[in-house]
Structure formats: C-alpha cells, structure tokens
Design a protein around this ligand. Structure first.
Ligand code: ZN
Length: 133
C-alpha cells in the first residue's frame, strides 16, 4: 500500500535508469553505464547521453516504478526494458534509489475531493469568441 501523509503530500521513488547491455547491432548509441535520473517529474542526464527512442519505450514504466506497487504486480520484478529497435539488443534497468516527498499542490491544481473534475477544465475560447466544448 502507498504511504499516506496528512499534510497533502505523497511519496514517490526516485529512479535511476541505466544501460546494462551494449548494442547488438550498430544501430543505436547505447553505452553501458549511461544513465538518467528521475526525481518527481524531473528527468536529468548527469553524464553520457540517452536516445529519445529508448526514452519513449521507457516512459510507460517510469511513473509506475515511482509508485508503491502490490508485491504480486509484475511491474515489481520486470524492471529491465528492451530498446524498441528490434535489431539492437540494448537493455535498460530501472532501479529505485531514494524516496522523495512530493507536495500535491506542486503537481496539481485539482482538489483531491473535487466532485466534478470536468467542470475544472478551462473552456477553450477561439480568437473569434466562439467557445469550444
Ligand atoms: Zn537500441
């Protein structure tokens, strides 16, 4: 179960995503040891580089691995992700590092007890004054 707090905050794991296997073919630029860090919603690449195509394959996994999961959830153990290029063979390992306390007010303007969240969506108004939706 996720840890709860009474002060309007929640906890996310910080992640390190590292290249753990070199490329199989000469199609990508993965280098073993290249990595990026994710803390909250902020991604940083301290050294090396990281392919945007690899990042696209990793994106669906990142926010899941940041959160506490049920011990039976396959995402708890499946933390090695393959490069999306089928000729590559590159692998990336997602590792939880620390926990960070995130203030809800820093991440959302939607009150957690809002009944009709659709009413909170700003209405789009075109320059000619016509409202959409
Ligand atoms: Zn690759």
């Amino acid at each position: 179960m996720p840890e709860t707090t009474n002060d309007g905050s929640f906890i996310l794991y910080d992640l390190k995503v590292e290249v753990i296997k070199p490329r199989g073919e000469h199609v990508c630029s993965h280098t073993v040891g290249d990595y990026f860090l994710l803390r909250g919603e902020q991604l940083s690449i301290p050294e090396g580089q990281f392919s945007i195509y690899s990042l696209a394959a990793l994106m669906p996994h990142l926010t899941v691995h940041q959160r506490e999961l049920n011990e039976n959830d396959w995402m708890m153990t499946d933390d090695i992700i393959a490069c999306p290029d089928p000729h590559c063979g590159g692998l990336f390992m997602i590792t939880r590092t620390n926990k960070t306390v995130i203030r809800r007010s820093d991440t959302s303007v939607v009150p957690k007890d809002a009944k009709d969240r659709r009413a909170l969506i700003p209405r789009l108004v075109y320059p000619n004054g016509i409202k959409a939706g």
